[in-house]
Structure formats: C-alpha cells, structure tokens
Design a protein around this ligand. Structure first.
Ligand code: AMX
Length: 426
C-alpha cells in the first residue's frame, strides 16, 4: 500500500472515534450566533463549518496543520499536500513514494483533449480547465465503488484514489490548455523524473535558463493550496462533495467559484491594473501619481484588485513570500517595482477611503507581475495556476470529509418576511 494511504488507514479510525465522541458529548453547546447583517452579508464570521486542513487567523494569515505558510514556502507542493491530508510532514521515503505515485497517474485521456479542441477558441482557460476535469468524471473510482455498494467507513479510500488520479493529471491538463488556448505549439509530454510543479513549469514551455521560473511555480503551487473551509472554492467543493458527488464533480464546481473576479480571478485583474498604471505613466509612477490613479479607480466605483480580504486583517503572508521572491529575482522589473510601490501607497488610500475592512494586500497582489516577468504574459491563464494549486486543498478537504463520514450540507434558509417577524419578536 502506498505510504500516504497507509498513514491515513492508520489515523482515520482513531480520528473518527475522537470526533464522534466529541460531538456526542457536546452536541448542544452553542459556538456561534447569526445576526441579520451576517445572513445578508455573505455569512461573514459565522462559525458553522469544520475544516481541519488549515486555518486563517485574521491577524496571522494561513496556517496549515499548525505550521504558518511562511515556514512551508521552500517545501514541494507534494509535501504540503501530504501535510494537509494527514496532519504530518512526510519523511523522505513517504515524499518520494507520493511523487512516484503521482507520476504514474499523470496521463490525461485523449478524449479530454478532443473535448477541449472542440471548444470555441475564445473560451476562458478556466472554463477549459473545469470542463477538462468534469470530462474525466467517468474515471471515478468512488462512483464505481459506491454503485457496487461500499460501506460508509470505506468512502475515504476511493476518494483518495480519485484525488490522486486528478491531482496527478492537473499539471499536464493545465499546461496543455495553456499551449492550446494561446497557440504555443504542440503539447509537451510529462517528464517522469521531475517533481509535480517543476514538470508543470516545464510543460508550459517557457524558457527557463536559470530555473527560477520553475521555482516560482513551485512557490505558487505551495502558497495557493488551501485557505481554510469557508472561501468560495473550498466551500463549494465541500458542499458538492457532501452530496457524495465524486471528486471530479466537486473540484470542478469549486473551480467555477474560483473563476469569479472577487476570488481567484482577482490575480488577472491585479496585473491588468498594474499594466494600466505602467501604460498611463510610461513606466513606474511616482507615489503621488499612483495615489491619484488609485483614487480615480475607487471613484469610478471599482475595487483595487489584490487588496482587502474577507478574513485577513494583516498583510497576507503569501503576498510577503511572493514579494521576497520578486525582490530576490527581479527587483529591477518595472511591473514588480509598481507592485512594490502599490504596497507602499494603497493601504493608506484604502484606510482614507474608509470602506475596506482590510486595507492590506492579499495573495493576488504580487503573483501576476512575477509570472509576467518570466514571459507568462497571458493573464487570463493566471486563475488556472491558482486552480491547479487550490485543487490540492480542495482534495485534502474532501478526503478528510469522507474519512470523517460528514453529512450532506443542508443549512436552513429563511425568507425576508421570516426575518422581519423574527426581528419584530425580539
Ligand atoms: N478596493 C475598494 N473597495 C474595497 C476593497 C478594495 N480592494 N476591498 C473591499 N472594499 C469595499 C467592498 O467592496 C465593500 O464595499 P460595499 O460596502 O460598497 O459593498 C466594503 O469595502 C466592505 O468590504 P469588506 O467587508 O472589507 O470586504 P469583503 O469581505 O466584502 O470582500 C474582497 C473581500 C476580497 C472580495 C474585497 O476586499 C475585494 O473586492 N478586494 C478586491 C478583489 C480581490 O483582491 N480579491 C481577491 C481576494 C483573495 C482571493 O480570493 N484570491
């Protein structure tokens, strides 16, 4: 049995018993209340979901299984995936085992390419990515086993199989989409000797004489993996998976949420904004010019992309990791300098503007300019990169959910009339 599966098989029964006992003992304890503002305001802050893979304290940012993301930035995404699922870092043997396992599953079926080739040429790369995943649903081991009549305690095993099959194929699929959608020539086949993210960088086909582009993709894949359970992509995946729809359905659904401009699409918007700044001022503007440009954006009713967050109230540590990478690798790049200057100017502008609860940069504020620096200039593609990484987190959460036998999601909705009566009564 592969090391990751072995580890899970050893941990799951105990974990399941622990949570069962905990729920039984404290079933009626209240952990959260919901105000009218929260019900109409995207349920912000309502504690009604459980996610053990990661947590985002507003004053610290992402912590994966107890380790702050800043301390994981030099790890491989495969190691972070193992950590997300099991709660432990893999030793060398387990890591190598997982890397090889993923390699052996990386071939994307031909019918997926044919499906994608039949799509309109101007389809958004996220549509192609989500559809490519959905097209592979017929491969689901979970669905097969479910139809054969598996026991609830066994759900996690074929879910793990589906997730490994899916994750293994994502770099090949996503790189193939890049080359197809942006006329980059034939697809590049996977290299069995490379790590998951390093091979993804190679299959995109950009020049990388220094190897720093591959390092950027490794970092990118680590930083975007997971962000607790309530964000749109994770929550959507969890909700769809709770109906026992398999990982292909659930991850594809999560990615459709990631494709929104307030979520994963923000990275493409960020770069577009930085390029607009560069074009308008013919290079790096002064701080005053930038401040004025930001006010013009806000006054026209638009948001400053890459700033603000639903949960965070500090500079996103993932932004810091990208900022450090850029300072080391491309400090002279005009767009990087603009992004660095935006970081100096925007928090004060947003504070003065007085709306955003969080005036600080999020993960999307710096990633685009780094990709652009290395020649990945098609920013419509950036959310796909985010999606490849976020699939690691969504899959981890699904595996844990099936391991714990979580119930189908079905919160209670109420009408506005009900709200009015409830308020009147109180
Ligand atoms: N620029 C201008 N206004 C902003 C703002 C920004 N960067 N961030 C928040 N605001 C505004 C909101 O639009 C809202 O205005 P409204 O009352 O008129 O509707 C008000 O400030 C209060 O919003 P909030 O409670 O601070 O944020 P939120 O939880 O509702 O939304 C987010 C969070 C990220 C959607 C928002 O900050 C935003 O739109 N940021 C820009 C887009 C972005 O960077 N998204 C990426 C998020 C990270 C990710 O998922 N990839």
């Amino acid at each position: 049995m592969a090391k990751l599966k072995e580890k899970l098989a050893q941990k799951i029964p105990q974990l399941r018993d622990e949570i069962k006992g905990f729920v039984k003992e404290h079933a009626n304890k209240v952990i959260s209340e919901v105000s009218v503002a929260q019900a109409y305001g995207g349920m912000r802050g309502v504690k009604a979901l459980v996610c053990d893979t990661s947590v985002v304290p507003p004053d610290k940012g992402l912590i994966i299984r107890g380790t702050p993301i800043g301390e994981l930035k030099d790890q491989l995404p495969e190691a972070v995936f193992y950590l997300l699922v099991t709660g432990e870092m893999p030793d060398n043997e387990a890591l190598e085992d997982l890397k090889m396992d993923l390699k052996s599953r990386s071939k994307v079926p031909d019918y997926v390419w044919k499906t994608l080739e039949a799509m309109p040429k101007d389809s958004h790369p996220m549509v192609m990515f989500s559809l490519g995943i959905l097209a592979m649903e017929r491969e689901s081991v979970f669905k097969k086993k479910y139809n054969e009549g598996m026991k609830k305690t066994e759900y996690w095993d074929p879910t793990l199989e589906d997730c490994l099959n899916l994750i293994a194929k994502l770099p090949t699929l996503a790189a193939g989409i890049y080359r197809m959608r942006f006329n980059k020539g034939p697809r590049i086949e996977p290299d069995p000797n490379l790590d998951w993210a390093g091979d993804y960088a190679r299959m995109l086909g950009l020049d990388d004489p220094t190897g720093e582009f591959a390092n950027l993709i490794r970092l990118y894949m680590v930083l975007h993996t997971d962000h607790e359970g309530g964000n749109v992509s994770a929550h959507t995946c969890h909700c769809v998976g709770s109906a026992l729809s398999d990982a292909y359905y659930a991850v594809s659904a999560g990615l459709n949420g990631l494709a929104g401009p307030l979520h994963g699409l923000a990275n493409q918007m960020c770069l577009r904004w930085a390029i607009m700044v560069k074009d308008k001022f013919g290079g790096v503007p002064t701080e005053d010019q930038l401040r004025q440009f930001a006010w013009d954006t806000l006054k026209s009713g638009q948001v400053i992309p890459g700033y603000g967050h639903a949960v965070l109230r500090v500079t996103d540590p993932r932004f810091t990791a990208f900022h450090e990478f850029g300072s080391r690798v491309c400090a002279d790049d005009d767009l990087f300098q603009i992004v660095a200057k935006v970081f100096k100017v925007i928090p004060d502008v947003l504070r003065e503007h007085g709306k955003a609860k969080d005036p600080w940069p999020n993960v999307d504020a710096a990633s685009g300019c780094l990709l652009y620096h290395f020649g990945l200039t098609e920013f419509e593609y950036y959310t796909v990169l985010f999606g490849v990484s976020r699939a690691l987190g969504m899959c981890s959460q699904l595996i844990v959910s099936r391991a714990l036998g979580e119930a189908i999601e079905r919160p209670k909705s109420v009408t506005t009339e009900w709200m009015k009566q409830a308020v009147a009564k109180s």
